[in-house]
Design a protein around this ligand. Structure first.
Ligand code: NAD
Length: 329
């Protein structure tokens, strides 16, 4: 059978590296990524080092499906330079669509985020009104609207992913579960400055990858569908996350602060995806996902790219990236 050709934009990142490792025999991957976080290239996977702002029609040659996960990927990065965030996340994404429209692709999967729900006391559904509180979340809402308001000659599917966690060959430690697990494992303590009350749904990167695979493989018309990706059982407060990690690591030293400056707090309903994809089930809950991560942390050496904002700031101050976040030659 013809292997599907996937253009995986941002495929060198945390989630992309996991997705490629899981499905490298099933799909022909073509990665396009500017490689901000200096991931070692895999010789078996065709990789183009390119900024999405410079994407060309050629990059879609023979491509059946596009999965777009190549944007500035969290709140601190989004706030770093709001103008550049717009240029990358919004204008860059529009440029991808402009080129994709001239190509022969069948489906376009866009990685949005549950952080568009921002703050809410009610459970948030795909039909709920977004409440983006940060530049990052605003860029996701703007892109969703752009996708929903325009007609394309291919299907577009939007994934509102919960906060991801898990081990990847391009590890992130600026995500709550990974950060707390790393500190718990190496420093034998979990110390939160905040009171840990805000709620955040979490999802393992294996499960995000499986959801993407199921959408690619599906024959139904899913045009303009939005899916929350995660599990109803994994809406946790930060405190619950810290305690589960502490128990898994047998830690006695877990402390919380007085208040929370991070106002984002939301609980999400994830039924729609399992209604559409009855075979989907979560492989990693918090406890076994943390155990899996811990198993990979022994001997892990920090490379300086695990906290995305620190990495970008350093590249700019070293003159490797210019103020528009393009590589200097
Ligand atoms: N990790 C999460 O918790 C989470 C949750 C919800 C949604 N998402 C979304 O999923 C996607 C992937 O997230 P991730 O955790 O793998 O992030 P990541 O930062 O690890 O990966 C993003 C990748 O995109 C590339 N990239 C960034 N700007 C680019 C540009 N201008 N041109 C070309 N490539 C560029 C980076 O080099 C990097 O390899 C992002 O869009 C993110 O917003 C992530």
């Amino acid at each position: 059978m013809h292997k599907k050709n996937i253009l995986l934009i941002g495929g060198l990142g945390f989630i992309g590296s996991c997705f490629v490792n899981l499905f490298r025999t099933k799909y022909n991957f073509q990665i396009l990524d500017t490689n901000y976080f200096q991931q070692t290239m895999d010789n078996d996977i065709q990789t183009t080092i390119k900024d999405i702002r410079n994407i060309e029609l050629n990059d879609f040659h023979n491509i059946d499906f596009v999965v777009h996960m190549g944007e500035l990927s969290n709140d601190p990065l989004g706030e770093f330079d709001k103008d550049v965030t717009k240029k990358i996340n919004q204008e860059g994404t529009k440029k991808i669509f402009e080129m994709a429209q001239k190509s022969n692709i069948k489906k376009f999967i866009y990685m949005s985020s549950a952080s568009i729900y921002g703050f809410s006391k009610e459970i948030m559904y795909e039909t709920s009104l977004p409440n983006p509180l940060t530049e990052y979340a605003i860029s996701k809402v703007e892109n969703e609207n752009f996708i929903l308001e325009n007609t394309f000659p291919f299907e577009t599917i939007i994934l509102r992913n919960a906060t991801a966690f898990g081990y990847s060959t391009n590890l992130r430690l600026d995500l709550v579960v990974n950060d707390l697990t790393f500190n718990g494992y190496f420093n034998k303590q979990i110390k939160l400055i905040s009171d840990g009350q805000p709620k955040r749904p979490i999802v393992h990167i294996y499960d995000i990858s499986n959801a993407i695979d199921m959408i690619i493989s599906d024959e139904r018309n899913l045009d303009k569908e939005i899916f929350n990706i995660g599990s109803n059982n994994m809406n946790f407060s930060i405190k619950q996350i810290a305690e589960t990690i502490g128990n898994t690591l047998n830690l006695e030293d877990i402390s919380f602060g007085e208040f929370d400056s991070d106002q984002r707090s939301y609980e999400v309903n994830f039924d729609k995806f399992t209604k559409y994809f009855s075979n989907f089930s979560i492989r990693y809950d918090l406890k076994n996902g943390v155990e899996h991560l811990i198993a990979h942390l022994a001997g892990y050496e920090l490379n300086g790219n695990e906290k995305r904002i620190n990495s970008i700031k350093e590249l700019v101050s070293d003159g490797k990236l210019n103020s528009e976040l393009f590589w200097n030659d």
